[in-house]
Design a protein around this ligand. Structure first.
Ligand SMILES: O=c1ccn([C@H]2C[C@H](O)[C@@H](CO)O2)c(=O)[nH]1
Ligand SMILES: [Zn+2]
Length: 137
């Protein structure tokens, strides 16, 4: 599936966002190893902090659906931003855990700007699972 098609899925996912507080909908589309696409949208909460971003919704939904961590092929993310959307730091950390460092990430906006990057580029000098090995006795 090409970048444009996966971005179209992210735009579809965005229509499902629940954003009564920020009114800033975000959509994510995560491509699995079998070629299926998992949608994610942001889901907000009156208590604010329980809200979840589109990117994490997509990853958690795919894993709950039985897909293995780090088996994913690509993720597209879209918001109504000036340039391609910049995922938040928490989502970058979760991507680093649940996706391979060289996995493709396509960032976009509603104007059609597209930027292709990777998980590792989004989170340089990351703290990851291997850092915990040094603590194992
Ligand atoms: O990459 C991003 C950036 C923000 N948000 C959400 C969090 C919150 O619901 C709203 C405003 O920050 O957008 C995402 O889902 N993904
Ligand atoms: Zn986030």
């Amino acid at each position: 599936m090409d970048n444009g098609l996966l971005m179209q899925e992210a735009i579809k996912a965005r229509t499902k966002a629940y954003t009564p507080y920020s009114h800033f909908g975000v959509g994510a589309a995560l491509l699995d190893s079998e070629g299926h696409v998992h949608h994610g949208c942001n889901i907000e909460n009156a208590a604010y902090t329980p809200g979840n971003c589109a990117e994490r919704t997509a990853m958690f939904s795919a894993i709950a659906g039985g897909h293995k961590p780090r088996s994913f092929k690509a993720m597209a993310i879209v918001g109504d931003t000036e340039g391609p959307i910049a995922p938040c730091g928490v989502c970058r950390q979760v991507m680093y855990e649940l996706c391979e460092p060289d996995m493709k990430v396509i960032l976009g906006n509603l104007k059609g700007d597209l930027l292709e990057t990777t998980v590792a580029e989004l989170l340089p000098w990351a703290f990851g699972p291997s850092d915990l090995n040094s603590a194992k006795k």
